[in-house]
Design a protein around this ligand. Structure first.
Ligand code: GLC
Ligand code: CA
Length: 572
C-alpha cells in the first residue's frame, strides 16, 4: 500500500527474513503441459509455509517470448501464457499473504524483449517517439557496417545488432533479443516508475532488480560511446557497469516510488566491490536496500566462466570482508545458489560421497549464521545436486549454447566444453524440482520441458520431509532460529569475528550482541579435522543451538567429523 504520510518509515522487514527463490519454469507444473507455472506454485503454498520462509523471490513470470527464460519481457503488466493468467497470479499472492509470506518480483529493466511494443515502435524510424527508449547508433567504417564500438555482450559476440530498417545498430548487453533500454531518457525512467508502482499497488512487497548495475552507460557528450578495455567476455564493463548516473537513477526511483511503500529491493550487483556496494546499500543514501555480490561465487571461476579449484581460504575471505564492511552500514543478501549458478553441493564441498546430507547442512549453517538476508534456492533445501551433461544437446541455457557456438570450431577447447559446463552451466539449477520418487520426479504428469536429474529417486521432497534427520527438516530448524528472539537478535545485530582465516578446512566465526554470542564451526572437508577452541572465549552457559550430527558433545577442542558443523550460544 502506498503511504504518503511524511512520518512514514519503512519497517525493513527483510532484516529478519529468509527468502526462497522460485524459478517458475522448473518449480511445479500445475496443468500437465510439462512446464512449471503459477498453478503449480499455488499447489505448493503450504509447502512454503511449512518450510517457514518469510518471502518468495519469483523469477520473471511476465509476458515473454522466452529468449532468456523470461528475462526478456514483452509486456511488464501481464503474465506469460505458459505460466497462467493474471487471475492465477492474484490467487498466488493472496495465498502467500494469507500465510504471511511476502512476494518479491523480478524487475528486469536494463533491457526489454525485442518483441516489446516500445522496441517494435523504436526500430520503425529514427524519428519514432519511442526511438530514444533504446540505444541506437550509426556503425563504424565504410557504410557503417561495423558495430559502433568494441563492447561485447555478456552472452558472447558484439554488444550491438545491426537493424536494416534504419541502417543503425542497437545495443544489447545480453542476447540480441534483449535490447538495452536508454535510462538517460527521462521517459524510460518514468515508465519504470509506473511499472514498479503498478505491481506495488497490487500488493507486491519488493523487487529483485536484474543486472541493475548496468543501467547507466558512459556516453560521450557528442553521443558517441567510448571503446572498452579488451576482454573477450566483458569488454566495456568498466564503462557500463556502475555507470556515471547509476546512483542518481536509483535514488530517483527510490524517492518517487519505493520509499512510499513498506517494500524492499535487492539488486543483482555484478562486478561490485565493497566500496561501490556501500554506495548502493547505505541506508542514508536511499538507493537499494540490499545487493547480491559475486565475490564468493567467483573464487572458483576464471573470468566468471572457466572453473578452477575451490579454495576455502579465498572463499572465506570474500565473504568475511563483506561481513566486516557492511556492519552497521549496509545490508547484503546471502546466497550460495540461484538460477545462474551451479548447485553448491560438490562445488564448495568437494566430493561428498555418502555425506551429502551433512555437507548440505554444513553449507546452510555457514551461510545462514552470517549477517544479511539468506536466500534458499528451490531444491537447495533438499540438497539437490548438479546434473551430469553428456553433450551440448542436453543443454538449454542461452549462455551455454552461445559459448558452444564460439568454441565448437576450436578442436581442443571443444573437448573441454562438456566437462567445463558440468561445473559451470546455469542449467544445473534449472532442472525440474524433485518432489517425489514417482514419474518425472512428481514435477509434472508429462515429460518435463527439461529432463529431470535421474537422482530424483533418492533426492526428493517427499523423502526429505519424511526423514527426521533429513536436509529439509534441518532447514526448517535453521530458519526458525530467526524467529527465536535471542538467536534472531544476534543474527540480525551481532558483530562478526572470524577465527583461523588461513585454515584450509574450517570456517569458524563468532557473532556477538549484548553479552550473548553464537559460536559457529563448519568443517568444509570430507575428512576428520582437528578443532582447537579459541583462547579468548570463555563459553559460559553454552547451549547447542543447531548441528548436523546428532551426538554433539559439550563444547571443547576435538576432532570434527566429515563436514561436521555446529552452533553454540553462550554468555560472554
Ligand atoms: C540476470 C539473470 C539472468 C539473465 C540476465 C539477463 O543475470 O539472473 O538469468 O540471463 O540477468 O537478464
Ligand atoms: Ca504448466
Amino acid at each position: 500500500m502506498e503511504n504518503n504520510n511524511e512520518n512514514f518509515v519503512r519497517s525493513r522487514w527483510y532484516k529478519n527474513s529468509v527468502v526462497y527463490q522460485i524459478y517458475p519454469r522448473s518449480f511445479k507444473d500445475g496443468n500437465g503441459d510439462g512446464i512449471g507455472d503459477i498453478r503449480g506454485i499455488i499447489e505448493k503454498l503450504d509447502y512454503l509455509q511449512d518450510l517457514g520462509i518469510d518471502a518468495v523471490w519469483l523469477s520473471p513470470c511476465y509476458k515473454s517470448p522466452n529468449a532468456d527464460n523470461g528475462y526478456d519481457i514483452s509486456d511488464y503488466r501481464d503474465i506469460m501464457d505458459e505460466f497462467g493468467t493474471f487471475e492465477d497470479w492474484k490467487e498466488m499472492i493472496k495465498g502467500l499473504h494469507e500465510r504471511n509470506i511476502r512476494l518479491i518480483m523480478d524487475l528486469v529493466v536494463n533491457h526489454t524483449s525485442d518483441e516489446h511494443y516500445w522496441f517494435q515502435e523504436s526500430r520503425k524510424s529514427v524519428d519514432n517517439p519511442y526511438r530514444d527508449y533504446y540505444i541506437w547508433r550509426k556503425g563504424r567504417g565504410k557504410n557503417g557496417k561495423r558495430p559502433p564500438n568494441n563492447w561485447t555482450s555478456r552472452f558472447g559476440g558484439p554488444a550491438w545488432k545491426y537493424d536494416e530498417t534504419t541502417n543503425e545498430w542497437y545495443m544489447h548487453l545480453w542476447a540480441e533479443k534483449q535490447p538495452d533500454l536508454n535510462w538517460d531518457n527521462p521517459k524510460v525512467r518514468q515508465e519504470v516508475q509506473d511499472i514498479v508502482k503498478f505491481w506495488l499497488d497490487l500488493g507486491v512487497d519488493g523487487f529483485r532488480c536484474d543486472v541493475i548495475t548496468y543501467i547507466s552507460k558512459t556516453i560521450n557528450p557528442d553521443g558517441t560511446i567510448p571503446n572498452g578495455k579488451f576482454n573477450p567476455f566483458a569488454c566495456g564493463d568498466e564503462l557500463f557497469c556502475h555507470g556515471p548516473h547509476i546512483h542518481e537513477y536509483l535514488r530517483e526511483l527510490n524517492e518517487k516510488v519505493l520509499s512510499h511503500y513498506d517494500c524492499m529491493t535487492v539488486g543483482e550487483a555484478a562486478n561490485v566491490d565493497i566500496k561501490t556496494g556501500l554506495l548502493y546499500t547505505e541506508e542514508s543514501r536511499n538507493e537499494l536496500d540490499t545487493i547480491f555480490f559475486f565475490d564468493h561465487v567467483e573464487t572458483d571461476m576464471f573470468m566468471q566462466v572457466i572453473p578452477k579449484g575451490f579454495n576455502l581460504v579465498k572463499f572465506k575471505k570474500a565473504l568475511v570482508s563483506w561481513q566486516k564492511a557492511m556492519y552497521r552500514k549496509g545490508w547484503i543478501a546471502l546466497y550460495l545458489e540461484n538460477h545462474d549458478q551451479p548447485r553448491s553441493l560438490g562445488r564448495f564441498t568437494g566430493k561428498f560421497d555418502n555425506h551429502r546430507k551433512e555437507a548440505a547442512k554444513m553449507l546452510a549453517i555457514s551461510l545462514h549464521m552470517q549477517q544479511g538476508t539468506p536466500y534458499v534456492y528451490q531444491g537447495e533445501e533438499i540438497g539437490m545436486t548438479n546434473f551430469k551433461f553428456k553433450s551440448v544437446n542436453e543443454m538449454d541455457d542461452k549462455l551455454a549454447l552461445n559459448i558452444w557456438n564460439i568454441v565448437k570450431y576450436i578442436p581442443i577447447v571443444r573437448q573441454l566444453y562438456v566437462p567445463i559446463m558440468n561445473k559451470r552451466s546455469r542449467d544445473h539449477g534449472r532442472k525440474p524440482m524433485q518432489w517425489t520418487s514417482g514419474e518425472n520426479a512428481g514435477f509434472s504428469e508429462t515429460t518435463p520441458w527439461f529432463a529431470v536429474n535421474p537422482n530424483y529417486k533418492e533426492i526428493n521432497v517427499e523423502e526429505s520431509m519424511s526423514d527426521e534427520n533429513g536436509i529439509y527438516n534441518f532447514y526448517k530448524k535453521l530458519i526458525s532460529l530467526r524467529r527465536r528472539p535471542d538467536t534472531a537478535e544476534i543474527l540480525r545485530e551481532g558483530t562478526f569475528t572470524e577465527y583461523y582465516p588461513k585454515n584450509k578446512d574450517l570456517f569458524v566465526f563468532n557473532r556477538s550482541y549484548k553479552g550473548k554470542s553464537l559460536f559457529v564451526v563448519c568443517n568444509f572437508k570430507n575428512k576428520n579435522v582437528a578443532l582447537k577452541l579459541p583462547d579468548d572465549i570463555s563459553f559460559n552457559n553454552p547451549e547447542l543451538v543447531i548441528a548436523n550430527y546428532n551426538d554433539v558433545e559439550p563444547i571443547s577442542s576435538r576432532t570434527l567429523r566429515p563436514y561436521e558443523a555446529f552452533v553454540f550460544m553462550y554468555n560472554d
